[in-house]
Design a protein around this ligand. Structure first.
Ligand SMILES: *Cc1c(COP(=O)(O)O)cnc(C)c1O
Length: 843
């Protein structure tokens, strides 16, 4: 068999990857050597692989600089409406390859490093992931930055430069162990510190009411030091900015109240202030009400708003520089998009600036605030909703608490007028929740303070209107919108799956990279045997490559002819990794019962991090690895069933495993997964989906045709109906023998022979208080999996379904609307024209 082409070789075949012209290559080599000498201060005798990575990164970075400066200058001069995407998470992953792809430099760099005797892919693998996110929410922010730059929008990402991102996960004896993610240890070539733009952020203190206004005094100050990272658009010469703030203690920190011998301690205590940007909270879909987290949330908001208002005031009109003093036009020039409620403090902070500092009336300030801000909801799970205790606020942000009370007073007044005497409605809609401990409901604050509220998939946007935000929808129906999530096709196809990108380009040309609806043209080739063969071949090559990667890095050998059944996402009860476990055990028991039957071989890979404080999630990981320890070493099973736990799932691992997947597991309880974005990455990369009618799966089925996915289980309506009568796990357990056998095995220590009661909490949960109704979907899930196994035996039929999926995935990687915030049509049009000027190379 001929050796499969390497990714580099494939890339050379694709002209859209940029020409490796002789001049380009010669220049790159010169600059690489210059950086090795002047920047890294090394020669080739002593340079390490990491030095070569940094030399290459700096060489590529040089190509961003001119475009970056010109783009920002252009924004300053043309003064378009700016989009500010505020997020506590930006799950960026690596930057080098993405930059080369978007600048069409990949082929030239590949050739240059080759001529220098280096392997570019090996150098790329040295880059640390920027893991400043937990999962889908943070990755969405990163994808939006790429898309907004590619659309030519004057967009900025604003967040925190965590010194430690999401922890690194090790698996020791089958248990998750966390390690600190010291991603900045060797330096970050993609960021530029801007100490000249440092801004003060105030905490604590007290509020004074004077005749001439309100003063917030005796505060503690922490400085916010910005670091800028370039965000290049796809081959449009645009480079936007992601600005991340780092906390810095002022020089006089703790030294003002002078006490003898206090100097050394005061310097040591600078850490206290600087801890604000130390570490990302590692919870996905879970609220942890810690003071340090609230500080992080206000820190990013306060620093960012100073930037926004400074930039608004000092823009240019035509050729004349102006200093705007009138803030009433702010909503015409600024859109602030809140990624979940995490940056919700933007709303009271805008009010504080407009009322206390700029001295606007409350009414005028409120109108500006609402027209500027918009809020994206990411979940309906109650444990994920931010509800901050009043006491914390009173102490840390006393003025903001007053402002929130005033917002609520006026909001309650309005509702009371609309619904006289409906006290229960007032209680339900209040921003303040009464109880043992008074709390602020941040989602309510965001809805009231925004002109637009969106869910992240059609089903989710419908659910928020009919359930958690029903009362708000009733009074402001026009506020509520849907913006189904999407992914960037640059990272999630061109970059991670060049073989597939190429096979598509061979049939429909490379225009689909800009106009993604054109993927539909692939439907013409659904019966074309050569195309079917090409698609299947790319998948097989990707599987071989991933199998080799697993063998090299994790010392596990897998059968590349088996079905790669992949379930990667954060470990969470609602995502139902336990349902997958029950399928694995069922398959195992069936093979043991009839070892001579021709079973479809499967390699089941499950990966994901558990929040360090989430006990059940950690037990789920231990259960998966324990099942693997029994199944993988059973000689009767052989290589017909293998269970692999993919350690340390992160963006870079996603880029490796998703192109190799045959089957994508998207099996959350209907109504719990707001959208999912992993599901779209798999669809685009030629995996078939087994999934519930939840999140964006619903729209994926609509786009590809439901017959081309394996849809099973309860619909939202079924779940709701079951909640009314009550879910009885025991009934399923007693009725379904294979389910009973699996549960009895877990409970009886079959998978944990040295500790028979190891999984008693999990069994107890499944049997008696399972919020996510695993057993209720067991039977249909197993039946759907049987259909998957049967179809896999017919590669041609399988691949035809794959083609339907790829052809139908355009919806999820096109941002059809440039703004997440609705804008008046006239304005939107001029905005488009602005956009068009930028794209048409006016730079
Ligand atoms: C896309 C992605 C996610 C989100 O996956 P879901 O299946 O939508 O939860 C999480 N983590 C990483 C690293 C991702 O790339």
């Amino acid at each position: 068999m001929p050796k499969p082409l390497t990714d580099q070789e494939k890339r050379k075949q694709i002209s859209v990857r940029g020409l490796a012209g002789v001049e380009n290559v010669a220049d790159l080599k010169t600059n690489f050597n210059r950086h090795l000498h002047f920047t890294l201060v090394k020669d080739r005798n002593v340079a390490t692989k990491r030095d070569y990575y940094f030399a290459l990164a700096n060489t590529v970075r040089d190509h961003l600089v001119g475009r970056w400066i010109r783009t920002q200058q252009h924004y300053y001069e043309k003064d378009p409406k700016r989009v500010y995407y505020l997020s506590l998470e930006f799950y960026m992953g690596r930057t080098l390859q993405n930059t080369m792809v978007n600048l069409a430099l990949e082929n030239a760099c590949d050739e240059a490093t080759y001529q220098l005797g280096l392997d570019m892919e090996e150098l790329q693998d040295i880059e640390e992931d920027a893991g400043l996110g937990n999962g889908g929410l943070g990755r969405l922010a990163a994808c939006f930055l790429d898309s907004m730059a590619s659309l030519g929008l004057a967009a900025y990402g604003y967040g925190i430069r965590y010194e430690f991102g999401i922890f690194n996960q090790k698996v020791v004896d089958g248990w998750q162990v966390e390690e600190a993610d010291d991603w900045l240890r060797y330096g970050n070539p993609w960021e530029k510190a801007r100490p000249e733009y440092m801004r003060p952020v105030h905490f604590y203190g007290k509020v004074e009411h004077h005749p001439d206004g309100v003063k917030w005094v005796d505060t503690q100050v922490v400085l916010a030091l910005p670091y800028d990272t370039p965000v290049p658009g796809y081959r449009n010469n645009i480079v936007n900015t992601m600005r991340l703030w780092s906390a810095k203690a002022p020089c006089d920190f703790n030294l003002k109240d002078f006490n003898v011998g206090g100097y050394i301690q005061a310097v040591l205590d600078r850490n206290l202030a600087e801890n604000i940007s130390r570490v990302l909270y590692p919870n996905d879909n879970f609220f942890e009400g810690k003071e340090l987290r609230l500080k992080q949330e206000y820190f990013v908001v306060a620093a960012t708003l100073q930037d926004i208002i400074r930039r608004f005031k000092s823009s240019k009109f035509g050729s004349t520089e102006v200093v705007r003093v009138d803030l009433t036009t702010l909503p015409d020039k600024v859109a602030i998009q809140l990624n979940d409620t995490h940056p919700a403090m933007a709303i009271p902070e805008v009010m504080r600036i407009l009322v206390d500092v700029e001295k606007l009336t409350w009414e005028k300030a409120w109108d500006i605030c609402v027209r500027t801000c918009a809020y994206t909801n990411h979940t309906v799970l109650p444990e994920a909703l931010e509800r901050w205790p009043i006491d914390l606020f009173q102490n840390l942000l006393p003025r903001h608490l007053e402002i929130i009370y005033e917002i609520n007073r006026r909001h309650m007044e309005r509702i009371a007028k609309l619904y006289p005497g409906d006290d229960d409605r007032l209680r339900r809609m209040s921003l303040i929740e009464e109880g043992d401990m008074k709390k602020i409901n941040m989602a309510h604050l965001c809805i009231v303070g925004s002109h637009a509220v969106n869910g992240v998939a059609r089903i989710h946007s419908d659910i928020i209107k009919s359930s958690i935000f029903k009362d708000f929808y009733e009074v402001d129906p026009d506020k509520f919108q849907n913006k189904t999530n999407g992914i960037t096709p640059r990272r999630w196809l061109v970059m991670c799956n060049p073989g597939l990108a190429e096979v598509i380009a061979e049939r429909i040309g490379d225009d689909y990279m800009r106009d993604l609806d054109q993927l539909k043209k692939l439907l013409k080739f659904v019966d074309d045997d050569a195309f079917i063969r090409d698609i299947a071949k790319v998948k097989q090559e990707n599987k071989l490559k991933f199998a080799a990667y697993l063998e090299e890095h994790y010392k596990v050998k897998i059968n590349p002819d088996s079905m790669f059944d992949v379930h990667v996402k954060r470990i969470h009860e609602y995502k139902r990794q336990l349902l997958n476990c029950l399928h694995i055990i069922t398959l195992y028991n069936r093979i043991k019962k009839e070892p001579n039957k021709s079973w479809t071989p499967r390699t089941i890979m499950i990966g994901g991090k558990a929040a360090p404080g989430y006990h059940t999630a950690k037990m789920i990981i231990k259960l998966i690895t324990s099942i693997g320890d029994i199944v993988n070493y059973d000689p009767v099973v052989g290589d017909r069933l293998k269970v692999i736990f993919l350690e340390n799932y992160k963006v870079t691992l996603a880029e490796k495993v998703i192109p190799a997947a045959d089957l994508s597991e998207q099996i959350s309880t209907a109504g719990t997964e707001a959208s999912g974005t992993g599901n779209m990455k798999f669809m685009l990369n030629g995996a078939l989906t087994i999934g519930t009618m939840d999140g964006a799966n619903v729209e994926m089925a609509e786009e590809a045709g439901e017959e081309n996915l394996f849809i099973f289980g309860m619909r939202v309506e079924d779940v709701e109906a079951m909640d009314k009568i009550g879910y009885d796990a025991n009934a399923y357990y007693n009725r379904i023998p294979e389910l009973k056998q699996a549960i009895d095995q877990i409970a009886g220590g079959f998978f944990s022979p040295n500790q028979p009661d190891l999984f008693k909490d999990i069994v107890n949960m499944l049997m008696h208080h399972d919020r996510f109704k695993v057993f209720a979907d067991y039977e249909e899930y197993i039946n759907a999996q049987d259909k998957v196994s049967a179809l896999y035996k017919n590669p041609k039929k399988w691949t035809k379904k794959v083609i339907h999926n790829i052809a139908g995935s355009g919806k999820f990687w096109r941002r059809s609307e440039p703004l997440m915030t609705p804008v008046k049509p006239a304005l939107l049009w001029s905005f488009h024209k602005n956009l068009q000027n930028l794209i048409n190379g006016s730079l």
